[in-house]
Ligand binder design. Structure first.
Ligand code: ARG
Length: 655
C-alpha cells in the first residue's frame, strides 16, 4: 500500500507540474493579441486536451486512495499517512520506522502513533534540541486526512492518539456491503505449502490431522489474500522400507501383477513384513534387492509399489473428502531423480564428507550433520527434503515456502533451510517458514491414545465426532425441528467444524488437549457457538421477509447510521478484519482469526440486545424495519462467512 500511496503522490506532483506549465502557456497566450497563428491554435487545443487528462488522472488518484482506505487495513492506512507526515516533518531523517498500533484503551482513541519518542531520540543523538512532544506536534501538523481522521491528540510523553471518523466507518461498511469482503492489498506471492504428509503403510495419526487442518486453513487464508498457492502433500512414499513391503507382497500375493492384492489393513501388513525383515536373513536380502530394483524403476517393482501406495491414498482420500481438504499428492518418490542429480553435484562440489560409509553434510550453525547418502547407498529424509526445497524454488519459482510439520522436526527443517541457503538453492529473497505445532494430548494430558493404549485411528476419531455431535443436537431437541437432511448437515458441520476449530483456536505452537466434550460445548469460544451465531444472524433478515436481493438493493442507497454506541462498536470490529488478516498472514497464527470471530459474535450479540431492528405495533405487526441495522447484521454475516471459509467451517442455513 505504501507503494500505491507513493505512486499517487508522484502522480500528484506530476499533475501539479503540468498544471503549472499549462498556466504558463496560458499566460503567454493571453499576452498574444487577436490573430492567433495556426501553430498557437494547435498548441491551445493540445492544452485543452492535457487539462482534461489532468482532471481525469487526479480523479483517478483520489479514487485509488479512497479505495485503499475503504477496503484495506485501517492500521496500514494510518501508518502510510504518518509515514508521509514524518517524511515531510523530518526530511533530515534518513531511515525511520513508523509505529502505529491499536490503542491500548478505548479512552485514548482507536489507534496511536508511537514514533515521536524514537524520532526525538535520534535527533538528539544528532545534536538537535527537541523533545518528543515537539516531534509529535510537528507530525500532527503535517497529517492531513479528512476522510478517516476525526481528531489527533498528543499525550505525554509524545503519543499521538487517533480517533477514527464515524462517517469513515459508515462508508467502509457500505463499501463492504456493495463490494463484498476484500482482502487487504498485500504483495502477492507464489507460495508452496507442504502439509498433511502422512507416510505410506504407517498410521496417519492425530499429528497428521493437525498438519492437515492447519495447513488447509493456511492455504485458504493465503488464497483469499490473492496469492498463488501450491498445496503439496509430501507423502512418505519412498525409501528402504518399500523393499520389505514389496518382498512381502510378492510372497503373500504372488499373483499381484494380475490381481490387486486384497490388503485390508496395511499397517498390519507393514508389521508382518518388518518382523520378517528383522528375523529372516534371506528375506532381508530379498528386500534389499527389491529396493535396488525399485530405484531403477523396474516395472514389476513399480507396480507393486504403486499398489501399496494406492491403498494408503484411498484411506487418506476419505479423510480429505469429509474434511474438505484439497491437496496435490507429491511424495518423496517424486524427487528420486532429483536426489541423484543433487548428490552428484554435491560430490562434485566436494561438500560431502565420508563418515563410516555414510556421506554427510555439515551445515553452518547446526551441530548435527545431515546424512545425504546412507552406507547402503540409499537416500534419506534429509536428501529428499533438500531436493524438494530446490525443486520448489527453481522449478516452481516459489518465493515463500511453508512447512506445516510438528515441532519435533524443527531441527530437521532448520538444517534443510540452512543447507539450502548455504548451497545457494534458496536465495535470501525466498521466505522459509516452519509452521510448527505441538503434540496432541489426551484429556489425561498424556500422549493421545485409545483406552487400550493404541494410537487413535483418524477414521475412528471422525466417526466418534459424528456420534457425539448428533447426541448433542438431540440433547438440544434439534431433531424435532430440523428435517433429516438438515439434521445431517448440522451433525457434520458441527462435528468436523468442532474438530477443526478446536485445533485452530489454540496457539499452534502449544501442545493441545483433545477433548470432544470441550469442543462441542456451545457456550464458549467454539465452532458450535460460532455456527449457531451465524445461523441466528442470517435468520434475522429472513424472519422479517427481507430477501438477499432486497438487502443488496438497500445497501446501495441506505446510509449506515452509527449513533448508538453498540452500533459503533460493531462497525469498528467489522472494520478491523483486514488488520487481523495481515497479522495472521505474518505469523501464520490462525487462533488470532478465531479470537477475532468470537469477539465479533459477542459484540454482535451486544448490538442485537441493545438495538431494535424492527418495531412492532401492539398487535405484533411489523411497523418499521431499521434498514441500517439490518445491513449491519448483513455485514457481520459476510465477515463471519469469510472467516468460516478460511477456517474450513461450513455455514448452516438452520441448526
Ligand atoms: N512424512 C513426514 C512425517 O510423517 C512429514 C513430512 C513433512 N514434510 C516435509 N517436507 N518434511 O513425519
Amino acid at each position: 500500500m505504501e507503494k500505491e500511496i507513493e505512486k499517487i503522490n508522484n502522480l500528484d506532483t506530476l499533475c501539479q507540474k503540468i498544471s503549472e506549465e499549462v498556466s504558463k502557456i496560458e499566460n503567454n497566450l493571453d499576452d498574444l493579441t487577436a490573430d492567433v497563428p495556426p501553430e498557437v491554435a494547435a498548441l491551445m487545443s493540445e492544452n485543452d486536451k492535457l487539462e482534461y487528462r489532468i482532471r481525469i488522472l487526479k480523479r483517478h488518484a483520489e479514487e485509488l486512495t479512497e479505495n485503499v482506505a475503504l477496503e484495506g487495513s485501517i492500521l496500514n492506512f494510518l501508518q502510510d499517512i504518518f509515514t508521509s507526515s514524518i517524511k515531510k516533518s523530518f526530511p533530515e531523517l534518513k531511515t525511520f520506522t513508523c509505529s502505529v498500533t491499536r490503542s491500548t484503551s478505548e479512552k485514548f482513541g482507536d489507534y496511536q502513533c508511537n514514533s515521536a519518542m524514537n524520532i526525538a531520540q535520534v535527533l538528539r543523538q544528532q545534536g538537535a534540541k527537541v523533545s518528543p512532544m515537539d516531534c509529535a506536534q510537528k507530525i500532527v501538523a503535517n497529517v492531513s486526512c479528512d476522510l478517516a481522521i476525526e481528531s489527533l491528540e498528543i499525550a505525554k510523553p509524545g503519543f499521538i492518539n487517533v480517533k477514527v471518523k464515524t462517517s469513515f466507518l459508515s462508508k467502509r461498511i457500505s463499501h463492504l456491503l456493495n463490494e463484498g469482503v476484500k482482502p487487504p492489498p498485500i504483495k502477492k506471492r507464489k507460495i508452496v505449502v507442504d502439509f498433511s504428509s502422512p507416510n505410506v503403510a504407517k498410521e496417519m495419526h492425530v499429528g497428521h490431522l493437525r498438519s492437515t487442518i492447519i495447513g488447509e486453513s493456511i492455504c485458504r487464508l493465503l488464497e483469499f489474500a490473492g496469492n498463488d498457492v501450491l498445496r503439496l502433500n509430501h507423502i512418505g512414499d519412498w525409501g528402504t522400507q518399500f523393499g520389505m513391503l514389496i518382498a512381502h507382497l510378492q510372497e503373500k500375493f504372488p499373483d499381484y501383477l494380475n490381481n490387486v492384492p486384497p490388503i485390508k489393513n496395511l499397517q498390519e501388513f507393514y508389521k508382518e513384513s518388518k518382523l520378517r525383515f528383522d528375523t529372516d536373513e534371506e528375506f532381508k536380502k530379498k528386500a534389499y534387492s527389491c529396493v535396488v530394483q525399485l530405484q531403477k524403476y523396474e516395472p514389476d517393482m513399480m507396480k507393486a509399489w504403486k499398489q501399496i501406495c494406492d491403498i494408503t491414498a484411498k484411506e487418506i482420500e476419505k479423510i480429505y473428502k469429509v474434511l474438505d481438504i484439497t491437496l496435490i499428492a507429491r511424495g518423496e518418490s517424486f524427487y528420486q531423480e532429483r536426489m541423484k542429480t543433487l548428490v552428484k553435484e554435491l560430490e562434485e562440489r566436494g561438500v560431502l564428507i565420508e563418515d563410516e560409509g555414510r556421506k554427510i553434510l555439515f551445515v553452518p550453525g547446526i551441530n548435527v550433520p545431515m546424512t545425504i547418502v546412507k552406507s547402503d547407498g540409499g537416500f534419506t529424509y534429509d536428501t529428499s527434503d533438500l531436493a524438494a526445497i530446490r525443486q520448489r524454488v527453481e522449478e516452481e519459482k516459489a518465493d515463500w515456502l511453508i512447512y506445516v510439520v510438528d515441532a519435533g522436526q524443527s531441527l530437521h527443517l532448520e538444517s534443510v533451510f540452512a543447507a539450502a541457503r548455504e548451497l545457494g538453492f534458496c536465495p535470501p529473497e525466498v521466505k522459509t517458514d516452519h509452521a510448527a505445532f505441538g503434540v496432541v494430548l489426551g484429556e489425561d494430558k498424556k500422549k493421545f491414545k485409545t483406552r487400550s493404549g493404541d494410537t487413535v485411528k483418524l477414521a475412528d476419531l471422525l466417526e466418534e465426532g459424528l456420534q457425539k455431535s448428533l447426541l448433542k443436537l438431540k440433547e438440544k431437541k434439534r431433531d424435532e425441528v430440523l428435517s433429516p437432511e438438515e439434521l445431517k448437515a448440522a451433525q457434520e458441520a458441527v462435528a468436523y467444524g468442532c474438530i477443526k476449530y478446536a485445533d485452530l483456536s489454540h496457539n499452534r505452537s502449544h501442545d493441545y488437549v483433545f477433548s470432544f466434550d470441550r469442543m462441542l460445548d456451545d457456550r464458549g469460544n467454539s465452532a458450535a457457538y460460532l455456527l449457531y451465531s451465524l445461523v441466528r444472524i442470517r435468520s434475522i433478515a429472513r424472519n422479517v421477509n427481507v430477501s438477499e436481493s432486497a438487502l443488496k438493493e438497500a445497501a446501495k442507497s441506505t446510509e449506515i447510521i452509527l449513533e448508538h454506541p453498540k452500533e459503533l462498536k460493531l462497525a469498528k470490529i467489522i472494520s478491523r478484519f483486514q488488520e487481523v488478516i495481515i497479522n495472521v498472514i505474518e505469523d501464520l497464527s490462525l487462533h488470532t482469526l478465531c479470537d477475532y470471530l468470537y469477539e465479533l459474535s459477542v459484540v454482535f450479540s451486544e448490538f442485537y440486545d441493545n438495538c431494535y431492528i424492527i418495531e412492532k405495533d401492539p398487535t405484533g405487526q411489523i411497523k418499521n424495519i431499521n434498514m441500517s441495522r439490518l445491513l449491519l447484521c448483513d455485514a457481520t454475516a459476510s465477515m463471519m462467512t469469510t472467516g468460516f471459509h478460511i477456517l474450513g467451517l461450513k455455514p448452516l442455513e438452520k441448526m
